[in-house]
Design a protein around this ligand. Structure first.
Ligand SMILES: NC(=O)c1ccc[n+]([C@@H]2O[C@H](COP(=O)([O-])OP(=O)(O)OC[C@H]3O[C@@H](n4cnc5c(N)ncnc54)[C@H](O)[C@@H]3O)[C@@H](O)[C@H]2O)c1
Ligand SMILES: CCCCC/C=C\C=C\[C@H](O)C/C=C\C/C=C\CCCC(=O)O
Length: 256
């Protein structure tokens, strides 16, 4: 797809990977809606992005991805201020092993809610023009990892959603591509916050040692992989990005 001129909603883009996605896509001529639960950080990020890219290129809309009403309001405000939406990036996520239901609601629920809304609003069968949904999974959605069983389960479920809804059976009906990006560890606030809500005290020590031994991956590298996925990825694609490796697609058997 052509990024230049596209209108793109990114959830959880007030900071971290979502902010890096916004920067990379603005650099390539997209218009961006930053949708985040943290209004203060979101407004400050948008002010910073507007100073570089202009006021008409990027907006902030407050959004809790666990709310249907919030998600619909984000979509409506984006259409009103930036134009018809071409891409949704479901990026908002948390790592709270102690309150598993919150983690499921934000990570899986946010992707599920956003993807279904996108099909409803962009689907050619619903009067839309088609489009793309990218769901942010993780390398621990592809490979098992002992340190975040709840987090990993949500990220595996996102892959299941993407591979099933990203089947061409659905694309022929809706004209909406559904894809996943699966990054390895980038040291954002997610890791520090996850440590405070770790699965067990044993995990804190083990995850700390494990994460400090991983090669550094930057949010800019992950954002470049998002650009690659949008520009050339097929429907249902799941793209993994790790430090010091070219990004690679993962495949698995499909029941049809
Ligand atoms: N950092 C990593 O190593 C890494 C690796 C793979 C995947 N991911 C995924 O990338 C995404 C972003 O992670 P990050 O590292 O930038 O995290 P982060 O904690 O830095 O940023 C997350 C953003 O999501 C927002 N958010 C949280 N709950 C929300 C909700 N209910 N509704 C709307 N917004 C909400 C936060 O306010 C914040 O701005 C997450 O889905 C995460 O699982 C991160
Ligand atoms: C296991 C993570 C629980 C804590 C969640 C916090 C941050 C999560 C970030 C990413 O989604 C993934 C984090 C770590 C990646 C872990 C292992 C990578 C190892 C790669 C490999 O085995 O080849």
């Amino acid at each position: 797809m052509e990024i230049k001129g596209s209108v793109i909603i990114i959830t959880g883009a007030a900071r971290g990977l979502g902010k890096a996605f916004a920067e990379a896509l603005l650099d390539r001529g997209a218009k961006i809606c930053v949708a985040d639960i943290d209004s203060e950080q979101g407004q400050s990020t948008v002010a910073e992005l507007q100073a570089k890219h202009g006021e008409d290129s990027v907006i902030f809309v407050s959004c809790n991805v666990t709310s249907d009403d919030d998600f619909k309001a984000v979509w409506d405000a984006t259409v009103e201020k930036l134009g018809p939406v071409n891409v949704l990036i479901n990026n908002a996520g948390i790592g709270n092993e102690q309150e598993w239901d919150k983690t499921v609601a934000v990570n899986l629920g946010g992707c599920m809610r956003g993807t279904l809304l996108a099909l409803d609003r962009m689907g050619t069968n619903k009067g839309g023009s088609g489009g793309v949904v990218v769901n942010i999974s993780s390398i621990v959605g592809v490979k098992a990892n002992p340190f975040g069983p709840v987090y990993s389960a949500t990220k595996h479920a996102i892959i299941g959603l993407v591979r099933s809804l990203g089947h061409d059976f659905h694309f022929k009906i809706s004209g909406v591509k559904v894809q996943a990006l699966c990054p390895s560890l980038v040291k954002t606030e997610l890791l520090a916050n996850s440590m405070k809500k770790a699965f067990s005290p044993e995990v804190v020590q083990a995850l700390s040692k494990f994460s400090s031994g991983l090669k550094d991956l930057t949010s800019e590298t992950v954002a470049n992989s998002l650009v690659k996925l949008l520009e050339e990825g097929r429907n249902g694609a799941c793209l993994v990005v790790e430090a010091e490796k070219d990004p690679y697609y993962v495949e698995a058997p499909i029941s049809s």
